[in-house]
Design a protein around this ligand. Structure first.
Ligand SMILES: Nc1ncnc2c1ncn2[C@@H]1O[C@H](COP(=O)(O)OP(=O)(O)O)[C@@H](O)[C@H]1O
Ligand SMILES: [Mg+2]
Length: 431
């Protein structure tokens, strides 16, 4: 069993020549300080854990994964795989297998050979020392002489027998036994994906790294394969770091999720904790779909929030946490599923419906706030996203009042955008 520890991992890429000249700052070009893409990443992935690394495109996920695999150098920091400090080890000595987005299968090799490839290389390296040179020579000779003979008569080395057993076992696990003689071009996307996974599993590595392995699959297959990968990982109990930009994938697959934005870790926590208790506005918006709504409000101690004619008394639990914001603007966060259609009242939000999506099981709509007497500073430009059960019929143009579920409110500091929580948080009484 193996844990992976990242300590202060830092990465900057040098400025590229074209980029510097394009901006026409020749003096800057000489400095070449570089662009930081990862800043002081500290993360411990427990032995056997399924850790999902999620963040928007370009935030540094692939770079971090490639650094762990040894395919990219880091500018600073330490990486431990188990008890080994692997900073200076080449990829093949790290005992890590990586599955790439484009699968990177060898096009001219059959599925069997693709899976066997890493095994053959490793057994050769591993056993060469022990093998008696003479017997090795004899064995190679026998393999060579009998190569042209029909299959049953060919000489198969002990090494190849163990490779074959392993390939068959992995093929069985992934249910691709029937595909072993095909070339990658004769496979569907989902099948290729499983072969790529098979190649990683066959090596029985200490750690799996997967970089958006499902992004080339259609939605249905993606959902199926998602579940298969999770099941497989539970069976194998191999420490896994799985990269995705998709929050649904992150929420459904991870034991824990690490959220990355602009090269910085924002929060590392189990899925429901991220949903219920996001550390900051970025996490609050990134996790959950449609994303959380944000409304600027003015706070009046001990427990009143206002925006124009909107006035709501907060549950008492908030009063001490928000005390220091008396007279200040705060950001109220409320998820689409925590707004309901309510009655006309100051404590509710008057809106006009702009767009309706009936999905059958749920209805989504977006609506524009029509608060009167709104403070200039606190004008809301975005529409509110709302998710309600399908039994309430709503129409475009309709004016309704939205009621906020009091125990589901979030507040964020307007400057730092960090979440503010009362000591006993209402949605998570167990914490
Ligand atoms: N070889 C490179 N040289 C310079 N910049 C790079 C290089 N590789 C990646 N980057 C930059 O690093 C940032 C992070 O990239 P990447 O790790 O691929 O993001 P992600 O996988 O999260 O989409 C991006 O801004 C990208 O342009
Ligand atoms: Mg990437």
């Amino acid at each position: 069993m193996t844990q992976v520890i990242l300590e202060n991992v830092y990465k900057s890429f040098p400025h590229r020549q074209e980029e510097s000249s394009a901006t026409d700052k020749k003096t800057e070009a000489g400095k070449n300080e570089g662009v930081s893409v990862l800043r002081r990443i500290n993360l411990t992935v427990a032995s056997g854990e399924f850790m999902v690394l999620v963040g928007p495109s370009g935030c540094g996920k692939s770079t971090l994964l490639r650094i762990i695999a040894g395919l990219e150098t880091m500018t600073g920091g330490n990486i431990w795989v188990g008890d080994n400090l692997v900073n200076n080890l080449p990829p093949k000595e790290r005992d890590i297998a990586m599955v790439f987005q484009n699968y990177a299968l060898y096009p001219h090799m059959t599925v069997y050979d693709n899976i066997a490839f890493g095994l053959r290389r490793r057994t050769m390296a591993g056993e060469a020392v022990e093998a008696n040179e003479f017997s090795q020579f004899g064995e190679n000779l026998l393999v060579g002489i009998t190569r042209k003979l029909p299959k049953g008569l060919r000489y198969i080395s002990e090494k190849e027998k163990s490779v074959s057993q392993r390939v068959k076992k992995v093929a069985e696990l992934l249910q691709i036994e029937g595909l072993l003689n095909r070339l990658p071009k004769q496979l569907s996307g989902g099948q290729r994906q499983r072969v790529a996974l098979g190649r990683a599993i066959a090596r029985n590595p200490q750690v799996f790294l997967m970089d958006e392995p499902l992004s080339n699959l259609d939605a249905k297959l993606r959902a199926e394969t998602r579940a298969q990968i999770v099941k497989l990982q539970r069976q194998l109990e191999t420490t896994t770091i799985y990269v995705t930009h998709d929050q649904t994938e992150a929420m459904t697959m991870g034991d824990r999720i690490a959220i990355l934005n602009q090269g910085q870790l924002q929060q590392v926590a189990p899925p429901l904790e991220l949903y219920n208790r996001p550390a900051n506005r970025f996490v609050a918006e990134f996790i959950g779909s449609p994303p959380m709504n944000f409304i600027p409000v003015k706070f009046h101690a001990p427990q009143l929030i206002t925006n124009g004619d909107f006035r709501m008394t907060l549950p008492e639990v908030w009063s001490s946490a928000l005390q220091k914001y008396d007279g200040c603007t705060l950001i109220l966060g409320i998820r689409p599923e925590h707004l309901t259609v309510g009655v006309p009242a100051n404590k509710n939000l008057p809106v006009q419906i702009e767009l309706v999506e009936n999905l059958g099981n749920d209805t989504y709509f977006s609506a524009q706030l029509i608060i009167t007497g709104i403070e200039r500073k606190a004008i809301l430009t975005n529409s509110l996203q709302v998710r309600i059960p399908p039994d309430r019929n709503v129409k475009i143009g309709e004016k309704i009042w939205l009621s906020i579920t009091p125990e589901k409110m979030h507040f964020f500091d307007p400057d730092t955008e960090l979440a503010i929580y009362p000591k006993t948080f209402p949605t998570l009484p167990l914490l």
